[in-house]
Design a protein around this ligand. Structure first.
Ligand code: CP
Ligand code: NVA
Length: 307
């Protein structure tokens, strides 16, 4: 049987995704009540980070501990992967010693190669192209605050980056309309746009995207690995800031999300994170619960298949 990986949202069926989101909220409630159990005693996650992280590292490491297992933090500074050992060899070796692996890296091809050579499930904890774990948290957050996102209008304001591309996949998996406002030259992948053109459109004016939106989302203008483009991007994204003024055009009960870290004064106003629309702190917390539900799903799938 093929091993289940989670490299993009497309690796889950629509029903599996909905079940994981529901389970995430169950796990959150159990933890709040102190009734959570610890089913994965002795299970180990390897966490490979080739880029920086706060939320992803803390949520996976805490999540594994709360589930009864443990997590190993592996950085390129201390591993042979960082000294050029092939991804294929690293995947074969690490996966023989642990039960599940999470990777944050640059090129998406790198995680595909790793997964192809891994004997245990691999989770994408962000690549240059996708950040599907963040979408689990975002979609859980929407569900908890407003119910089903199916049929709703979501506005993405800013760069057509890994988060934007993950929203495109989410629009397909969860049946919502996505309007992306980005400057010319900063669009998401053309093939992905084409594939989901029934649900996703591009506009150049943020006000057009935001008008009537049920959810407004943005992200940094310069992602990890694009530090040298920071200044040119600041110029290109003038007029694309999400602030209280443009939020007036959104639906009356609209929510605002940002995966964080955020840059106040650039992609958002100084006060946007604390505004009445913002659910960013719930969104950040839900990384923990959503990923625990994902880990549980992947580890149980594996156990069920080996029975
Ligand atoms: N949103 C997110 O993935 O944050 P970190 O980079 O801190 O993990
Ligand atoms: N688009 C951002 C997301 C950070 C969580 C980046 O890739 O740096």
């Amino acid at each position: 049987m093929a091993i289940r990986h989670f490299l993009t949202l497309q690796d889950l069926s629509r029903d599996e995704l909905k079940a994981i989101l529901q389970r995430a909220t169950e796990l959150k409630v159990q933890r709040q009540k102190g009734t959570d159990d610890h089913p994965f005693s002795g299970k180990v996650m390897a966490m490979i980070f080739e880029k920086s992280s706060t939320r992803t590292r803390v949520s996976f490491e805490a999540g594994m501990a709360q589930l009864g297992g443990s997590a190993l933090f592996l950085s390129p500074n201390d591993t042979q992967l960082g000294r050029g050992e092939p991804v294929e060899d690293s995947a074969k070796v690490i996966s023989r010693m642990v039960d599940i692996i999470m990777i944050r890296t640059f090129g998406h091809d790198r995680i595909i190669t790793f997964a192809e050579n891994s004997s245990v499930p691999v989770i994408n904890a962000l690549t240059d192209d996708f950040h599907p774990c963040q979408l689990l948290a975002d979609m859980q957050t929407y569900l908890e605050h407003r119910g089903s996102i199916a049929g709703k209008r979501v506005a993405w304001i800013g760069d057509g980056n890994n988060m934007c591309q993950s929203y495109i996949n989410a629009a397909d998996r969860l049946d919502f309309e996505l309007v992306i406002a980005c400057p010319e030259g900063y669009e998401p992948d053309a093939a992905l746009l084409e594939k989901f053109s029934d649900r996703v459109s591009i506009v150049r004016n943020p006000l057009l995207a935001i008008t009537g939106a049920d959810l407004v989302v943005t992200d940094t203008w310069a992602s990890m690995g694009q530090e040298e483009e920071k200044k040119s991007r600041e110029r290109a994204f003038q007029g694309f800031q999400v602030n209280e003024d443009i939020m007036q055009k959104a639906a009356p009960d609209a929510l605002f999300m940002h995966c964080l870290p955020a840059y106040r004064g650039l992609e958002i106003s100084e006060t946007m994170l604390e505004s009445k629309w913002s659910v960013v702190w719930d969104e950040a917390e839900n990384r923990l619960h959503a990923q625990k539900a994902l880990i549980e799903f992947l580890l149980n799938e594996r156990t069920n298949k080996s029975k």
